[in-house]
Design a protein around this ligand. Sequence first.
Ligand code: 13P
Length: 287
Amino acid sequence: MALVNAKEMTKKAFEGQYAVPHINTNNLEWSKAILETAQEMNSPIIIATSEGAVKYMGGQHVVVGMVKGLMKDLNITVPVALHLDHGSKEGALNALKSGYTSVMYDGSHEDFETNFANSKEVIEAAKAGNQSVEVEVGTLGGEEDGITGNGDLADPEEVAKMATLGPDMIAAGIGNIHGPYPASWKSLSFETLSKLKQAAGRAIVLHGGSGIPGDQIEKAISMGVSKINVNTELQQANAAAVKEFVISGKVDQGKNFDPRKLYADGYKAMKETVRFKINQFGSANKA
Ligand code: 13P
């Protein structure tokens, strides 16, 4: 199946009270693990790259070619959107030309007027190509690719204004943080989320989806979150499995220096993590 945009899948999730998993990819193993597991679970999926991951892999055309090739050769039939995560305006506009079916323009570090004007430009370009767009209001917490935020709570008035531009998805801070949650972190702000749902009237995106307790994920989904972004948990699962393979001495047995053997346990661990998220987000059999 060809790549699709994320319009239909997130709209259906918003109406059906589940969330589409947005899983960040970093390389071929990641991409294959994400696509294969989505297919096995009959789940729609958003496979995403940060700008840092795009640079790491060589460029946007490498990512587009890799994901399209995997879809064809693995006979993936569930809906898959290829999404640029936290794009700059230029990065998002380029991704729309390179074959991404969905982009996020992240203007959260700009003042609201600049964010609004740039979001408008990216939304118009995406609409012209029938691609989907996510925009962000306010700053999210934690650190991702060198961008640090404060764990903000988004302003519902700004979210309502942003919604008038007609984005498909809006990311807005509700106390969520990228990367591991510190021991001092208490909870998502459901009071903020209920105000944002009213203001947004469409799919709300929860960034920093790694490490949030399951009961809070379920509550957030029941209150309008319909796309949840996960990156760190796959990285941790892969790193733990590869570390075990090396320190247990397995790496020195036979031909285990072969990358296909060296990465096999990490690959399995990533698939298990994606499976867990699909079940937790309620997107299994929603393809
Ligand atoms: P985590 O790395 O915390 O899972 O967050 C991912 C994310 O929000 C990507 O946009």
